[in-house]
Design a protein around this ligand. Structure first.
Ligand code: IDP
Length: 140
């Protein structure tokens, strides 16, 4: 067993489309434990820190605008192999080609507005959890 914590964002499109309950329930039904949840609107500084590896890319300005376009829901999820587990539940980045059965595959049709974010490694999870939830321990 490798119990991990990971950061999930239900992005502004998920909140706007009324899909928070549907998405949250997929993580819960899988068996992941909800450790923290916050409904909040990101700031520019927070978005830039979160997406530090993407800020120089062409797709970043519209991505930044999208992530700041309304409230989102930030989660800390915990469970055995939680980081990879969430990535599999989320599906491929581009909703147009994401696997049926995944959150993006079933509910998204865009490369940018793809409903969810999940940390992609243990290092990213530690970094992102500290950014979004400074008062929650990033490890179990
Ligand atoms: P991930 O969210 O599946 O980990 P990343 O490559 O880390 O994917 O990209 C971060 C986010 O940036 C994606 O979730 C998506 O919202 C956006 N994004 C990535 N690539 C593109 C692109 O080519 N066009 C528009 N948006 C993109």
């Amino acid at each position: 067993m490798s119990i991990e914590r990971t950061l999930v964002l239900i992005k502004p499109d998920g909140v706007r489309r009324g899909l928070v309950g549907e998405i949250l329930s997929r993580y819960e039904r899988k068996g992941l434990t909800l450790v923290a949840l916050e409904h909040r609107t990101a700031t520019g500084a927070l978005a830039d820190e979160h997406y530090a590896e993407h800020t120089s890319k062409d797709f970043y300005p519209p991505l930044r605008k999208f992530i700041l376009s309304g409230p989102l829901v930030a989660l800390v999820l915990e469970g055995d192999n939680a980081i990879e587990c969430v990535r599999l539940l989320n599906g491929k980045t581009d909703g147009r080609v994401a696997e049926a059965g995944s959150i993006r595959g079933d509910l998204a049709l865009s490369n940018r507005e793809n409903l969810v974010h999940g940390s992609d490694s243990a290092e990213s999870a530690a970094r992102e959890l500290t950014i979004w939830f400074p008062d929650v321990s990033p490890s179990v």
